[in-house]
Write a protein that binds this ligand. Structure first.
Ligand code: GYE
Length: 323
């Protein structure tokens, strides 16, 4: 009798250890017809952000869900406050596009503690501070390292491994800026003839990109390749190059990431040489992932969007499909 009891106890303990191990610790989400969700946007100063917000809003409308939308206007501190206010409003779930990798990690943990699942879209956070699949459900977005690598490889091929490069980096401390640099650097390292003359942030913004390019151009007139971490800075750089009497596409190859219509048109015009796409239309995928999560389906810690590319050979044909 006693032995039997002990055995039951042992089986029970093993079972609960199993359930604990299988439990991710993430807040659960009830299955509902309609949700009240938060979307904390980082800024709205470029076409990429505007297209992303529109996609999130359109899809919420389609589903009849209530969307609490905030715009951090380029401030990580404001975005932290925005997420806290969503927690206070007891939204069912939060979609967050974290402006920078470190400052947004703590509020993810606060949401988790409050029982609200968080989904990261388009930008990630520092995994040592908040972990995908444990502290937040998943990251949905592009593989930024791969994007940077593709740009680097394209340059290596087109220039036979000889280039004088100016790099315009995205927002300092953001995951796309960090990773687009890493992926690019990994390729450049292999080619002694490819030199990064200067690498500086243009904050993913057109006018900042133009100003930075203007200054760097004076210091490095020998530049023949510009790698911009997004379209906006590439368009700013083109303005600076033209103002200095240089011909983008001839004297200087300009490459970027995003693939918005304006940039793809510039590929058609011959001013941008190559663009890796990074599509901002997240709405449908974001919400279907939330529904899958509520239904108890296993969600991978990373959901990677496929990225196309635009170059002289396909830009005209693909122009209408660009965001
Ligand atoms: O490339 C840029 C935007 O986080 C992937 O942020 C996104 C980047 C995108 O402002 O244009």
């Amino acid at each position: 009798m006693k032995q039997q009891k002990l055995m039951f106890l042992a089986v029970g303990l093993t079972l609960s250890a199993f359930t604990l191990a299988a439990d991710t610790g993430l807040p659960k989400l009830a299955v509902k017809a309609k949700y009240k969700i938060g979307f904390a946007q980082t800024e709205s100063n470029n076409p990429w952000r505007i297209a992303q917000t529109k996609s999130m809003q359109d899809e919420a409308k389609k589903l009849g869900w209530q969307l609490v939308y905030t715009d951090a206007a380029g401030s990580a501190a404001k975005q932290v406050a925005d997420v806290r206010s969503m927690i206070a409003q007891k939204v069912d779930a939060i979609f967050l596009a974290p402006r920078e990798e470190k400052p947004l990690a703590p509020v993810i943990l606060e949401a988790k503690k409050a029982g609200i699942p968080v989904f990261l879209i388009d930008r990630n956070v520092d995994q040592s501070l908040a972990k995908a699949g444990t502290d937040y459900v998943t990251f949905i977005g592009s593989n930024f390292i791969e994007e940077g690598k593709r740009v680097g490889e394209w340059i290596a091929k087109k220039t036979n491994g000889k280039a004088n490069i100016i790099e315009l980096e995205g927002t300092t401390g953001s995951s796309p800026a960090n990773d687009r640099k890493t992926g690019f650097d990994n390729v450049i390292k292999k080619y002694p003839g490819m030199k990064i003359l200067a690498s500086q942030t243009g904050d993913f913004a057109r006018d900042k990109g133009r100003q930075v390019m203007e200054t760097l151009l004076q210091a490095h007139p020998e530049v023949n390749v510009v790698y911009a971490h997004n379209d906006e800075m590439a368009i700013g750089a083109i303005a600076a190059l033209e103002a200095a009497g240089k011909k983008p596409g001839k004297d200087v190859l300009v490459l970027s990431i995003d693939g918005g219509k304006e940039a793809v048109q510039l590929v058609v015009d011959g001013k941008i040489a190559y663009v890796v796409e990074c599509n901002p239309k997240f709405g449908p995928k974001a919400y279907s992932t939330l529904k899958d999560y509520a239904a108890g389906k296993k969600i991978p810690a990373k959901i990677i969007n496929p990225d196309r590319e635009f170059h002289a050979g396909n830009a005209k044909q693909l122009l209408n499909t660009a965001y």
